[in-house]
Design a protein around this ligand. Structure first.
Ligand code: GDP
Length: 424
């Protein structure tokens, strides 16, 4: 493999972190290219169990350079909390193995405040935001009302820039929401306490990536969330505010000319979804509770119970297509071992007609799942390390999904640990 991207095919939480942790062995550089601290990658390895939010999942491997690209929402305060937590468990994080793009915009404390205020205003129409300030941050970025991490090297210009932004932002905070204004003292505190700590990590990451490429090194681009949360191609308006697709990876990483040879799409063997919005294949009642418990489906960031359902072939096929995935990692197959029959959402019914096409977002609310079942395997598969070790029913399920989504399933994950993997 040359350069690769690891992306989520569905709604997120597919197990991307676990796959990056496994695959970083083959790569020299791991780059996060979008999103912020609003999701969690859970990684279990010999160093312990970690919930990563913004840090690239390559941080555990010696010799791997980890980059936070210009496309991420860089929250200095939360990033440093995360760094301190990971370091406290014995992982080394230094400016040698973590690099922050000087072109990354900084997420300000007021973005988090505005996120909470807007969810409050929406009341029963809320989007289910994690209140990490992501939507207000990206809105400001597109309005060119953010500061770049590299401005930390020009403190006088930065201060003036921040005071101008503060004046503008206070109009919204006080005028629209009736909240307290931000003061110059708040800004000074943020600069001294949080920004000072990230400064040693800030550099021109585009140059590092270009040099790495020229030296024949391999780059892994790591996405957050999944295809269906992509700002342009997802289930608008229940998307995130950034682009989760592999096509955005070169732009959000600082190396717009980078080529990606392989796109590894991560698909969970069943479906989960966090937050509001249409989720066509959703299960309810005891059936849903059993799957949620079996898969420990609670948000890594918020602890919120995830909505669950069977695999959704229509949504997954769409996700594969928009990511242009070249191979699939199917995760959490072991979780379904308790099921006598495996439910599958094979098609949708929209406006009285069955369809294989993922509908326009406005039609999703009324789409109904067309279901089928396959026999379950009903035994522990977590020790399987070769495809042939799996019972025939599990192999049939994997092969069925592969055929339906039109992309080879190269990896089958049967447990959260690094070694619980079948490579086909
Ligand atoms: P990400 O954001 O895509 O990295 O996904 P999350 O970390 O939010 O969710 C994946 C969860 O499933 C984590 O708790 C992983 O440890 C766990 N996990 C990943 N792969 C497997 C698997 O094959 N089997 C089981 N039982 N758990 C897994």
């Amino acid at each position: 493999m040359g350069n690769s991207a690891i992306v989520g095919i569905n709604w997120g939480d597919e197990g991307k972190g676990r796959m990056v942790d496994l695959l970083t062995e083959e790569y020299d550089v791991v780059v996060r290219f979008q999103g912020g601290g609003n999701a969690g990658h859970t990684v279990i390895n010999e160093k312990g169990k970690f919930a990563l939010h913004l840090l690239p999942s390559g941080i555990f491997r010696d010799g791997v350079i980890n980059i936070l690209g210009n496309g991420v929402a860089l929250d200095p305060e939360n990033l440093m909390k995360e760094v301190e937590e990971v370091v406290s468990k014995g992982v080394s994080i230094t400016p040698e193995n973590l690099k922050i793009s000087d072109r990354a915009s900084l997420l300000m404390p007021w973005h988090r405040a505005l996120d909470g205020l807007e969810e409050e205003r929406l009341a029963d129409k809320k989007f289910g935001s994690t209140k990490q300030g992501i939507a207000p941050f990206y809105s400001d970025k597109y309005q060119k009302k953010t500061v770049l991490a590299g401005e930390l090297f020009y403190p006088e210009k930065l201060k003036k820039h921040l005071l101008d932004l503060m004046e503008w932002k206070n109009l919204t905070l006080t005028g629209v929401y009736g909240a307290e204004p931000v003061t110059e003292a708040d800004i000074d505190k943020w600069l001294a306490e949080s920004c000072a700590k990230i400064k040693p990590f800030v550099c021109n990451t585009g140059k590092i990536l270009k040099d790495a490429q020229a030296a024949g090194k391999k780059i892994l681009f790591e996405a957050q969330l999944g295809s269906l949360r992509d700002l342009d191609y997802g289930i608008h308006p229940y998307t995130t505010s950034s682009n989760t697709l592999a096509a955005y990876a070169p732009i959000g990483s600082g190396f717009p000319g980078a080529s990606i040879d392989d796109v590894i799409g991560v698909v969970k063997a069943y479906s989960t979804c966090v937050g509001e919005g249409p989720f066509v294949c959703e299960m309810f009642g005891p059936e849903a509770d059993a799957l949620r418990e079996a898969g420990a489906e609670y948000g890594a960031k918020t602890g919120r119970p995830r909505r669950v359902g069977p695999i959704d072939i229509v949504a997954t096929r769409y996700g594969v297509e928009v990511q242009k995935a070249t191979m699939i990692a199917l995760t959490k197959l072991d979780v379904m071992s308790y099921m006598k029959e495996i439910p599958i959402c094979e098609r949708y019914e929209v406006e009285g007609k069955q369809t294989d096409e993922f509908p326009f977002p406005a039609l999703l609310e009324e789409a109904k799942p067309v279901m089928k079942t396959m026999p379950g395997w009903n035994c522990d598969i977590s020790k399987a390390r070769k495809f042939e070790d799996l019972p025939v029913e599990a192999r049939n399920y994997v092969e069925y999904v592969e055929k339906q989504i039109g992309c080879p399933i190269k990896y089958v994950s049967v447990g959260p640990e690094r070694e619980s993997i079948i490579i086909r």
